[in-house]
Write a protein that binds this ligand. Structure first.
Ligand SMILES: Nc1nc2c(ncn2[C@@H]2O[C@H](COP(=O)(O)OP(=O)(O)OP(=O)(O)O)[C@@H](O)[C@H]2O)c(=O)[nH]1
Length: 338
């Protein structure tokens, strides 16, 4: 098998993102005879756009310093187009660089850079463009299987298979270990991850009164409010029927409650076509070292409590246990005993 086919075969066998990206960079570096291939995340906005290295593949030579990464105006050109065009540059040490956008998305994207001593040819550009397009197509297939077709949210299968990985993605990103944003300097309570279960109140009544098409419309609009209400690093799933799960990244208890309350109020404020007002109940729990089943069970019990006590409310499991409204679950390992 020639090396192009070999690399494409290797790349399209991968389904886990880390391995997939590693196979892509390896293929690009090898096929273009480059010294180094890097993937960068695009961070920030406007003239504060900058690149953060995500992954590298090199020939075993020392990794080049990134003092020569692109200025903000060139990054914005790179990720602006729907038809990504390559950008050629020469770094300070005379190294030839080929930059190409892998993925542009609202508020960022990812770009690839190849470094080599001699200039890149038109054939190289065509080859790199083709490999990146195959990578994008493969990733789109993977993502299609991970999402719910009605709402576009992540599906239940993804929650089950990627819970641990998704929780670790929610952990603080910067070197100090503090999360991004205004909460990072807050003294006092420790940041945690949170799992919330959201259920639409009296959804059966909506279906029965207005029909399933209007019921589906409510689900779509609710999914849009969910997407607007939480941050890019948080993860939102349609768990089934009219139930949704939110994985809220590292934040202090007070801010977790504020975020869930803000979402509940946003739903209550929305006018749903024909149906009018809709409310949601939310139960949530801190993500501890317990198994997903146990954490989900805690959040679900808080949700059940919210349903039993008036609906249109947000309840936290640990608070309900503290005030004696719920009894703690007895857990042995990952098996619930009740
Ligand atoms: N339109 C629509 N309805 C769905 C979908 N999946 C589940 N449902 C409906 O969701 C309703 C859920 O009803 P219940 O579990 O009885 O709960 P509820 O009426 O929301 O009542 P509470 O949760 O107690 O407030 C059922 O009528 C299901 O048929 C879907 O994809 N589309």
């Amino acid at each position: 098998m020639n090396s192009l086919l070999h690399h494409l075969d290797r790349m399209t066998r991968r389904r886990e993102r880390g391995l997939l990206v590693a196979a892509l960079l390896d293929a690009l570096r090898d096929l273009t005879d480059a010294e180094q291939a890097d993937l960068f995340d695009v961070i920030g906005t406007g003239d504060r756009l900058h690149l953060q290295r995500h992954e590298s593949a090199n020939l075993g030579t020392a990794r080049r310093a990134d003092a020569d990464v692109l200025p903000a105006n060139r990054i914005s050109v790179l990720i602006a187009s729907n038809e990504p065009a390559p950008l050629l540059a020469v770094g300070p040490a005379g190294v030839h660089q080929l930059w190409q956008c892998l993925r542009a998305e609202q508020g960022g994207g990812t770009v690839v850079r190849l470094n080599r001593a001699r200039p890149f040819s038109a054939d190289d550009l065509e080859l790199v463009g083709g490999v990146l397009q195959i990578f994008r197509n493969h990733l789109a297939q993977i993502e299609y299987g991970e999402t719910d077709s009605l709402t576009g949210l992540l599906n239940r299968k993804t929650f089950d298979s990627r819970f641990d990985q998704l929780v670790s993605e929610c952990l603080p990103q910067d070197a100090s270990g503090a999360p991004e944003g205004s909460e990072r300097r807050e003294a006092g309570p420790v940041q945690s991850n949170w799992l919330a279960v959201v259920d639409i109140d009296h959804f059966k009544r909506i279906n029965d009164t207005y029909g399933h098409l209007y019921g589906d419309e409510v689900l779509i609009l609710l999914a849009n409010i969910l997407k607007r209400s939480f941050r890019a690093k948080d993860r939102i799933f349609r768990f089934g029927g009219e139930e949704f799960v939110i994985l809220l990244r590292s934040t202090v208890p007070r801010h977790a409650r504020i975020a869930f309350e803000r979402f509940r109020l946003a739903v209550a404020a929305q006018d749903f076509p024909q149906v009018g007002k809709v409310t949601v109940s939310v139960g949530y729990a801190e993500i501890s070292t317990a198994s997903p089943v146990v954490i989900l069970g805690d959040a679900d019990r808080a949700l059940y409590y919210a349903k039993q006590n008036g609906r249109n409310r947000v309840c936290r499991y640990e608070e309900l246990v503290k005030v004696g409204s719920l009894r703690p679950q007895k857990v042995s390992g990952s098996v619930e005993l009740f």
